[in-house]
Design a protein around this ligand. Structure first.
Ligand SMILES: Nc1nc2c(ncn2[C@@H]2O[C@H](COP(=O)(O)OP(=O)(O)OP(=O)(O)O)[C@@H](O)[C@H]2O)c(=O)[nH]1
Ligand SMILES: [Mg+2]
Length: 261
């Protein structure tokens, strides 16, 4: 793979994004060309008009950004287009379905590395090079953010930490690979992603991906990164119903995907 710019050469953000953004993270404005031309970013987003413009504004210049929308009733799609992203409208509801629609687009576009990032601005998009560069250097196949050490107060709630700890313990028992976390901000080589044939329609999809990666013997790396309280209204972890449902789906996924492919 071709060499990437050094992480110190902090990239420019996508242009044209409107809306609120977080305090400066060292991002330089005004891109001319993708500094990460081999990389495509997928952002599942459901009613994220408050958070998404800031996410897109802080994203380093990559080959393409796909925002996958499942029928948002706010300005998510319009703001994504205004910021230069490609919007995919996925009729099948669900976090996993949205990610898979994005993955299909990214694989069809021929990018070498696929990044998945939530649209709620809990992760820092400007950290993308930290996930991507180990893959472009040929040192790793799958790189995830580890939120367990760098989460700000209130960003990872106690029941999320407990649920994640249980899930990663069960994944370790099933696959032999011990993850620290199930961070949603992740980068993977496109050829390995294609081979995984992910199918989980909901919040079990990242468990499925982590189990498939371990079962395939990929070189997996977790990078401790900051994690901030999300922008906008919590739909999952901040509600009892959302948390219970996501927890059940995650644990069910560990059981469902225990056998290879
Ligand atoms: N397209 C699409 N995106 C979704 C769906 N559910 C969640 N998302 C997006 O997926 C990302 C993760 O969902 P979140 O609601 O942030 O879930 P969470 O991080 O577990 O919990 P909170 O941040 O507390 O709500 C966000 O960008 C959401 O907008 C869905 O059904 N369709
Ligand atoms: Mg979130």
């Amino acid at each position: 793979m071709s060499p990437s710019p050094s992480p110190g050469d902090r990239p420019a953000a996508m242009s044209g994004a409107e809306g609120p953004s977080r305090p400066a993270t060292g991002v330089t404005p005004a891109p001319h060309a993708a500094a990460w031309p081999q990389v495509g970013v997928i952002i599942p987003a459901l009613n994220e008009e408050e958070a998404l413009p800031g996410v897109l504004a802080e994203l380093p210049p990559v080959a393409a950004v796909w925002v996958v929308d499942n029928g948002s009733t706010d300005r998510t799609a319009a703001l994504a287009r205004a910021a230069g992203a490609t919007v995919i409208s996925e009729p099948k509801k669900g976090y996993g379905n949205a990610c898979q629609a994005g993955i299909r687009a990214a694989l069809a576009a021929g990018v070498q590395v696929v990044v998945i990032l939530d649209g709620d601005h809990a992760d820092r998009p400007s950290d993308l090079p930290l996930l991507v560069d180990p893959i472009l250097r040929g040192e790793a196949d799958f790189v995830l953010s580890d939120r367990t050490r760098g989460a700000q107060a209130g960003a990872l709630l106690p029941h999320q930490r407990a649920g994640n700890a249980l899930a990663v313990a069960l994944i370790a028992r099933s696959t032999g690979h011990r993850y620290a976390d199930m961070g949603p901000f992740r980068a993977i080589r496109a050829d390995h992603l294609a081979a995984m044939r992910l199918r989980d329609p909901n919040h079990g999809w990242n468990v499925e991906m982590q189990m498939r990666a371990a079962q395939a013997g990929l070189r997996i790396r977790e990078i401790p990164l900051p994690y901030q309280p999300r922008v906008g209204t919590s739909k999952v972890s901040g509600t009892v119903k959302g948390s219970v449902l996501a927890g059940v789906r995650i644990l069910r996924s560990v059981w469902r995907y225990r056998a290879k492919g």
